[in-house]
Design a protein around this ligand. Structure first.
Ligand code: GLA
Length: 389
């Protein structure tokens, strides 16, 4: 177990004992993710290539004999509810952070599992609103705990679907399946190629150390709020474009299809759809290179993805563009925003020897633009959600 996970598990165990007066029956962890490439493609039935990072939500939990759900977050506070209150849960039924922890229990119960009460303590080192999927990590960690204590499906794809539906139906964010699948199914040393239509997935080697490369994450510390409408608007626009093309989803479109229908689509829908079609192609190109053992050659695709998200999909932000430009100028092989956009994090692939220069250059560029200092950290692909003890 990596040292930081072992440390969080120890903290969760002792905090649980202190708060609830008994030891937990188990400990679970679910990671945050960075998406290497394949952005805003998941809800278009397309392809994504995320990997799990070494930031986690760690959960300690034990069954109760009644139907109380007592939740303690070491970062957010406490909440107590009855499982009965979750019946028919919709956005607003559970307030705030507790919806991310309680929502999956309702979905598990609706899947036919006899879910009972729980004492559950969470601790997280995933920055919230940073585009690293802190919410999916909470959902996946609590879902795994409840599944192990009360029963339920084994397959990561089924669990991920339950967690996604908790986010869609209880939290009220119309997100795709990428984040929950990444948190559930990623493997150390690999990125997860996911077909978001069939949920077929494949582990693709992302052997950075062997190639002398690092992945740097630049957290702009500009918080994005997915519920604020821009995400839902992009999703709707894509669905309209697919409808105009007479297709189930933009996954089925080619650039030739878009060109032939450009007038009917209108310029905005055309450009949104063009991003999706080209981004899916970039995912496959990156996967080919990684399978050939050439992570050093994927940089141009990452940078092209950023340009497309900035210009065609229009979900970047000044902070993200600044991070990408500064990283590239200081020697990164490729860089892009990652996650939904509008803030959150950028990713830079770089020779290990350039990491310090890039970190300094990004910090200097933020200062020059009068932006709040970002947090830059190196990351590598880790394992997905699991039981620790
Ligand atoms: C958020 C959503 C994902 C995905 C990304 C954009 O992270 O939760 O489902 O749509 O944005 O790629």
């Amino acid at each position: 177990m990596p040292a930081e996970v072992a440390e969080a598990a120890r903290a969760a165990r002792s905090a649980f004992a202190e708060r609830f007066g008994r030891p937990p029956q188990g400990l679970w962890a679910a990671p945050a993710r960075v998406n290497l490439i394949g952005e805003h493609t998941d809800y278009n039935d397309g392809f994504v290539l995320p990997f799990a990072i070494g930031r986690h939500v760690t959960v300690a939990a034990a069954r109760r004999g009644d139907d109380l759900l007592r939740l303690v977050s070491l970062q957010k506070g406490t909440a107590t509810l009855r499982l009965g209150d979750l019946a028919g849960a919709r956005p607003g039924t559970v307030d705030g952070w507790a919806a991310y922890a309680a929502g999956p229990l309702w979905l598990l119960a609706r899947d036919g599992v006899q879910v009972g009460g729980l004492d559950l303590l969470l601790t997280s080192d995933v920055p919230v609103g940073s585009g690293l999927s802190s919410s999916a990590a909470v959902e996946c960690a609590t879902l795994l705990a409840a599944r192990d204590l009360y029963g339920g499906p084994d397959e990561p794809a089924r669990l991920a679907r339950l967690a996604q539906r908790a986010e869609n139906e209880v939290v009220g964010v119309p997100s795709g399946i990428m984040d929950q699948m990444a948190s559930m199914a990623c493997r150390a040393g690999h990125a997860l190629l996911l077909d978001c239509r069939s949920l077929a997935s494949d582990q693709v080697p992302l052997a950075l150390d062997d190639a002398g490369l690092v992945l740097l994450v630049v957290d702009t510390r500009v918080s994005h709020a997915l519920a604020d409408g821009a995400y839902a608007e992009r999703r709707r626009t894509c669905e309209q474009a697919a409808g105009i093309l007479g297709m189930a989803a933009l996954r089925d479109a080619t650039e030739a299809d878009l060109d032939a229908a450009r007038d009917r689509l209108g310029e905005l829908r055309y450009r949104r759809a063009r991003h999706v079609v080209r981004e899916n192609a970039r995912v496959h190109a990156v996967v080919d290179l990684l399978r050939r053992g050439r992570p050093d050659l994927i940089g141009d695709r990452l940078t092209a993805s950023h340009a497309s998200l900035r210009d065609d999909y229009q979900v970047s932000a000044a902070e993200l563009d600044t991070a990408v430009e500064a990283a590239l100028a200081a020697g990164a092989l490729g860089a892009r925003m990652t996650g939904a956009g509008f803030g959150g994090c950028a990713l830079a692939l770089a020779p290990a020897a350039a990491a310090t220069a890039i970190t300094d250059a990004v910090a200097a560029a933020f200062a020059d633009h009068g932006l709040r200092p970002p947090e830059v950290f190196a990351t590598r692909p880790t394992d997905g959600a699991r039981r620790l003890a």
